[in-house]
Design a protein around this ligand. Structure first.
Ligand SMILES: [Zn+2]
Length: 142
């Protein structure tokens, strides 16, 4: 089964964002938040928080947490949250590049608790996996 992630050109995302004086970025957050929750089983709260001072920092933390745990699967929530909150302009590039990698692929739901990382893509994978669920690297041929 494929997913509902939409492939977007990162340069166009920024061009639309600039030409609409930032409105497109809000739309982009609404769309990608929905895509991450729907396809990865994350639970980022409503984007309305984005337009409320202080609450927007909390929202960005939750968005960075979902990006780290579910999309990038690198377990670096704090690092990404600090980057996302301090240098917000880089968020669409980082997130869209990762999301584009999942377009048309089957996404394993839920979180993997494991100490093993794929030697190819660096994501956290099950200890006993013969095949990386994300990049399809085959470990049996090694
Ligand atoms: Zn991999």
């Amino acid at each position: 089964m494929t997913n509902t992630i939409k492939e977007r050109n990162v340069v166009l995302v920024y061009l639309f964002g600039i030409f609409t004086l930032g409105i497109y970025f809000l739309y982009w957050y609404v769309q990608t938040k929905r895509e991450i929750n729907e396809n990865f089983g994350a639970s980022i709260p409503t984007c309305w928080l984005l337009i409320i001072p202080i609450a927007n920092i909390y929202w960005m933390y939750k968005y960075a947490e979902a990006y780290s745990l579910y999309v990038k699967r690198d377990d670096n929530t704090v690092l990404w949250a600090i980057l996302f909150i301090l240098i917000g302009i880089i968020v669409p590039a980082l997130v869209q590049i990762e999301l584009n990698k999942y377009v048309g692929k089957t996404i394993p739901k839920g979180l993997v608790k494991s100490n093993r990382r794929c030697t190819n893509c660096g994501r956290i994978i099950p200890e006993d996996a013969n095949l990386c669920p994300y990049c399809n690297k085959n470990f049996q041929t090694e």
